[in-house]
Every structure is written in structure tokens, then in C-alpha cells.
Design a protein around this ligand. Structure first.
Ligand code: XUL
Length: 542
């Protein structure tokens, strides 16, 4: 057992582009972050040949990543933690977070291989023979439209699927992806002994046996009954034959699934650390931004941008997704795939640094003189855009500053417009994710939403949330009184100096602009009239 003086808790986050770690030290009632580190897949593991963590794509609808890259990253990260100088003998528990929806397909050898990992050999080469599929479809994949329609039809329609599983059929969700694999490669599917999510796959590596999945991540599959938190038979039957026996068990998010495997203890000299079941990055972020009560939302500006908040009961008619929350409640979430990738595309097109990007925001008028950009560089999730394309209304393609403002305003207006279904009064937003360091972007957020924006101290809220989930689960397993409010206090809280207030005049202006933005979306999707006269009127009116 690890030493109980000033215990350490590790949270890992395997995202689209990187693996991050946050270590939290607990002393009495005090908790503090003692280490935060991150390794980018493209840079640190170039032999997997990914761009932004994704394999080269010929079809923009297909997005695949190599699962062995995530495995190797885990080895590299533990080596780095050992070298960090932290006394890892104090490590008590580890939990993790991973990009949601992505799936890993393991064959019948996997249980034996996980159980007999040799500490003298790198992990990736030992896992390679256990893969029933060399690649993993990830959340950016939008190639399963046909399977979504088939699954929805088989269970009584999109409404029925949404009511039972928390979401209508979405292309990136694991169920439609499993169905596509079964249809395209029946032999590969039948050789699959276990379909893991990225989260339960990585937790299996730590445990040295197949891990359960938590309801937070399982609800991103279109396969789980959101209320009973068990697999929903009609969805399983609509997806692929014999699926139940290939899925992990579902266990509450605070489950201590076991002790870290001998591989990690011998290779890195770790003590008998508890492994707490992993979850998805958004459920972990919910804890990492301190939203353990109803009534506020968080906006995460990462590879994808997401708006989410805790719910006591699942919405009857989700306009986005209802997931399980790690607290045992629910969370509402709306996801936008053209997040940081779209901001980067605009920045790179005009050869700007991030500083120049911010200066361009400062130099342009809020509302951008009603010049609008729809930044669908990649297929978009919200609203559903399967064929990517960038649309400009009254916006010159070569005006760098105006395009910078246009991408940021479009993203914020889209988030405000499409998150109304969550019915949460938005007077305060907790902002997180890489781009949340940019105060100019946060000011646009405050003005568009008409809400105070608070930035969080720890950048990686998903890894922090995972570490705090480890603190919480360890407390429970030791029989200690452990409230979520206590667990997040002082850590998952906004930095005192980063509260941005909305400007009432600018907010009023965005309220006028928003219907015009919505009209641009409708027009670009072939569902509405040309919004140019409306935009022209707004321009003249100002
Ligand atoms: C959520 C989603 C993304 C990924 C990113 O539904 O698809 O936010 O979780 O890692």
C-alpha cells in the first residue's frame, strides 16, 4: 500500500491530440496540483504518422486513430512521472479521462495478454497481437449516416432512441460505428471478443484485465439505457448480433476496479495504487470545472468546443446529448466539432501568431459589421453538416482581422443558439480548454451569452476531474465521508482575477445579430432564404 502521508492522486486524460497528467496532493483539508504535464501525439510519437492525433484521411467523413499510439503514450507518460522527482510512493489512486465515443476492438487473446504483461518489454508491442482491428474510429468520424438511420428505424425512431439512450443516433457514437464495422468486416467483428471505449481500454491496461466502463462514457454509445444505466437490449439488437457478450460491464463512476497491474509496479516502481474506473473527457471536465450542482454551464474550448452542465434528471427531448455524470446525476452536452481546428485554420490561413489573432479581435468591431462566417472546415456535429464547407456572408475572404472575429463570433453564437434545450439559466459560464487562456475570446463569449465568464486556474479540466474522481472514490472506498463539494473546493474553482462581465450594449447587439446568424446557418444548409438583405439592413442600422 502507498504511504498515507500527503497522498497523491493521478488523473490522466487521453484526448484527440495529446495525453495529459495532473497530480493532486492532499494534506488534511487542502488539495493542490503538484504536477501538470502533457505530451502531444504528433510530436512525441511521430512514427504513428498522425496529424492532430488522426491518421491521414482521404475521405473527410472518416476519422481513425491508431490505438497503439495511446498505449505507447501511457508508457511514455509513466516514465515522465517517475522522472519528475515526485515521490510516487505516495501515489494512492489513479483515474482517467478519454476522448468519448472512440472504440477499440480486442480479440480473444486479449484477456490472457493483459494478465501477463511483461514489465521488461514495452506495452505497445505486447498489446499489438490482442487487437482485432488495427485502427479505432474516433469522435470526429461522420461516416455512419446509413447505420444511424438503420438503428433508429429498428428501435422505433430517433425520438425513441433519444428518450432511452439520451441521444438520437449520432454518426460518431459507438453503436453506429460498431454496426459499420460488423457490416464492412464481419470476420473482424466476429473475431472481436471485447469492444472497449478509449476510456475502458486504457483503464484495462492499468488493471491488467478487462475494465468496466462508467455510465458517463457508456452513454455516448447509443447503447445504454440512460435511466437504469444498463445496456438497452433493443439498441444492442439493432446494432450487431451477439453484441452484449462483447461489451464491458457498466460500473458506477466511483468504482475502484482493482489495483494497478504488476507491469506498472515493476517497470516504474509504483506502489499498490487503486485504479478507479475511467470516464469520458466531458464527464470528467464536469467535475474538473466544479459543476457538481445544477444551475451553471461550462464551455470547453478544445479540439471540439462543448457546452455542458449538470442535470438532476434527463431531459425528455434532448437537443444534444444526455450523458451520465460522474456524480451519479446527469449532464447535458452540446458538441461542436469545428472548435480549435477551425480557429487554427483561420490563424494559419493568414499566417498569424495567437497574439496577432487576439490583436485582430481587439482591432475589429463587435458584431463585425454583420459579416458572418460559417467555419465548417470539418464535418460539423451541431448543426449537422456532413459535407464540410466554409460559407461567408458579406465577408471578404482576404480580410484577416474580419475573418478572425468572424470565426470567434460564429462559434459563440452557435453555442448560445444550440444549447437552449438544456434549459439551464446561463448567468455564469465556467470556461476551460486550451483556448480559454485567450481573454479576447472569453470577452466575446461573455457578450454573446450575456453571462459572466470565469476562467479556471487549471487548464486541463478533464485530467483534473479525473484526479478529483480518484480522490472521491478513494475516500468512499475507505469509508470516509466524501462530498463532491468538498472534493472540488479550492481546486476546480475559477481563478479570482479572471471574471469577465458582459457589456450590456454589446449583448443587446448580439441578440439582434443572432437571428441573422441562424438565418445564415439555415441558408447554408438549404433550409432557408438568402439572408443577405437581412444582414444589409443590420449593417445600415448601425
Ligand atoms: C463529445 C465529443 C467530443 C469528444 C472530444 O460528445 O464528441 O467532445 O469527447 O474528446
Amino acid at each position: 500500500m502507498a504511504s498515507r502521508t500527503r497522498p497523491l492522486y493521478l488523473g490522466l486524460d487521453s484526448s484527440t491530440q495529446s495525453l495529459s497528467a495532473v497530480v493532486v496532493e492532499v494534506q488534511g483539508d487542502e488539495r493542490r496540483v503538484v504536477l501538470e504535464t502533457s505530451l502531444g501525439f504528433d510530436q512525441s510519437l511521430p512514427h504513428y504518422r498522425t496529424t492532430h492525433g488522426v491518421l491521414p484521411r482521404s475521405d473527410p467523413a472518416v476519422a481513425l486513430s491508431p490505438p497503439l499510439m495511446w498505449v505507447e503514450a501511457l508508457d511514455v507518460m509513466f516514465a515522465r512521472l517517475i522522472e519528475s522527482g515526485l515521490d510516487m510512493n505516495r501515489l494512492v489512486a489513479v483515474s482517467g479521462s478519454a476522448q468519448q465515443h472512440g472504440s477499440v476492438y480486442l480479440n480473444a487473446e486479449s484477456a490472457g495478454r493483459l494478465n501477463a504483461l511483461d514489465p521488461l518489454r514495452p506495452l505497445a508491442e505486447q498489446i499489438r497481437p490482442a487487437l482485432a482491428r488495427q485502427v479505432s474510429p474516433i469522435w470526429m468520424d461522420s461516416s455512419t449516416g446509413a447505420q444511424c438511420a438503420q438503428i433508429a428505424a429498428a428501435v422505433g425512431g430517433q425520438g425513441a432512441l433519444a428518450r432511452h439512450t439520451g441521444s438520437r443516433a449520432f454518426e460518431r457514437f459507438t453503436g453506429p460505428q460498431i454496426r459499420k464495422f460488423f457490416q464492412d468486416d464481419p470476420a473482424g467483428y466476429s473475431a472481436t471478443y471485447r469492444v472497449h471505449l478509449v476510456s475502458s481500454f486504457l483503464s484495462s491496461l492499468l488493471l491488467g484485465r478487462h475494465s468496466p466502463v462508467d455510465p458517463g462514457d457508456a452513454s455516448g454509445m447509443n447503447l445504454m439505457d440512460i435511466r437504469s444505466k444498463s445496456w438497452w437490449t433493443p439498441a444492442l439488437e439493432a446494432t450487431a448480433p451477439g453484441l452484449l457478450s462483447k461489451l464491458p460491464l457498466i460500473a458506477p463512476s466511483w468504482t475502484v476496479a482493482g489495483t494497478i497491474a504488476p507491469y506498472w509496479r515493476r517497470r516504474y516502481g509504483l506502489p499498490e495504487v487503486k485504479v478507479v474506473v475511467w470516464s469520458g473527457d466531458n464527464p470528467c471536465s464536469l467535475v474538473g470545472v466544479g459543476l457538481v450542482r445544477e444551475g451553471r454551464v461550462a464551455v470547453s474550448l478544445g479540439t471540439s468546443d462543448t457546452v455542458f452542465g449538470l442535470m438532476k434528471a434527463p431531459a425528455a427531448d434532448p437537443g444534444g446529448h444526455v450523458f451520465g455524470a460522474p456524480t451519479g446525476d446527469y449532464m447535458g452536452l452540446t458538441c461542436f466539432s469545428n472548435g480549435s481546428l477551425a480557429r487554427e485554420r483561420i490563424r494559419d490561413t493568414f499566417g498569424l501568431t495567437w497574439q496577432e489573432f487576439s490583436r485582430a479581435l481587439d482591432a475589429t468591431p463587435p458584431g463585425n459589421r454583420a459579416r458572418i462566417l460559417l467555419p465548417w472546415f470539418e464535418p460539423e456535429i451541431t448543426p449537422s453538416v456532413t459535407r464540410p464547407g466554409v460559407h461567408r456572408y458579406g465577408l471578404a475572404p482576404d480580410d484577416a482581422a474580419a475573418n478572425v472575429r468572424a470565426v470567434v463570433e460564429a462559434q459563440q453564437m452557435a453555442m448560445a443558439l444550440h444549447s437552449g434545450w438544456m434549459s439551464v439559466p446561463i448567468d455564469t459560464i465556467h470556461a476551460t480548454g486550451g483556448a480559454a487562456v485567450n481573454m479576447q475570446i472569453l470577452q466575446v463569449m461573455a457578450d454573446v451569452f450575456g453571462a459572466e465568464v470565469r476562467r479556471l486556474e487549471v487548464g486541463n479540466s478533464a485530467a483534473l476531474g479525473a484526479a478529483l474522481r480518484a480522490v472521491h472514490a478513494d475516500g468512499l472506498s475507505e469509508g470516509r465521508e466524501t462530498s463532491w463539494d468538498d472534493v472540488v473546493r479550492g481546486l476546480a474553482e475559477p481563478a479570482a482575477d479572471t471574471r469577465l462581465k458582459p457589456d450590456p450594449r454589446r449583448h443587446a447587439m448580439y441578440r439582434e445579430l443572432m437571428p441573422a446568424y441562424a438565418a445564415c446557418e439555415a441558408h447554408a444548409l438549404g433550409r432557408g432564404i438568402d439572408p443577405s438583405p437581412m444582414l444589409q439592413r443590420l449593417r445600415l442600422g448601425r
